[in-house]
Design a protein around this ligand. Structure first.
Ligand code: SF4
Ligand code: SF4
Length: 97
């Protein structure tokens, strides 16, 4: 089995760049989120990009998204999350070394 180097999460994330696109590749309909009592996305997103608002909705920022797809998998409310890939040349860029 392949062994990965022992490094911290922060050091690992230092090998990732984000080329932020003009078009959000994920949008969240906060009106739908207001009726969501569980808000799994807040805890599931590894980048902590879903922030509950005082009115029961969600404030979402796509710019530091890892493109892992977790939010799309765990959200049970149809239409709450619209998920596409970033435009070519944008999004996550991995560096080696
Ligand atoms: S994105 Fe989905 S899981 Fe998150 S608050 Fe909205 S409806 Fe709930
Ligand atoms: S794709 Fe992953 S990193 Fe991006 S918003 Fe969803 S859970 Fe967070």
């Amino acid at each position: 089995m392949r062994q990965y180097p022992d490094m911290s999460f922060e050091d690992r994330m230092d090998t990732v760049d984000f080329e932020v696109g003009q078009r959000p590749h994920i949008t969240v309909d906060s009106d739908i989120c207001r009726s969501c009592t569980t808000k799994e996305c807040v805890h599931a997103c590894p980048a902590k990009l879903f922030v509950p608002t005082g009115d029961g909705g969600i404030l979402f920022n796509y710019e530091q998204c890892f493109e892992c797809g977790t939010c799309y998998q765990i959200c049970n409310k149809a239409g709450a999350i619209t998920w596409t890939y970033p435009d070519g040349g944008h999004g996550v860029v991995f560096r080696k070394g």
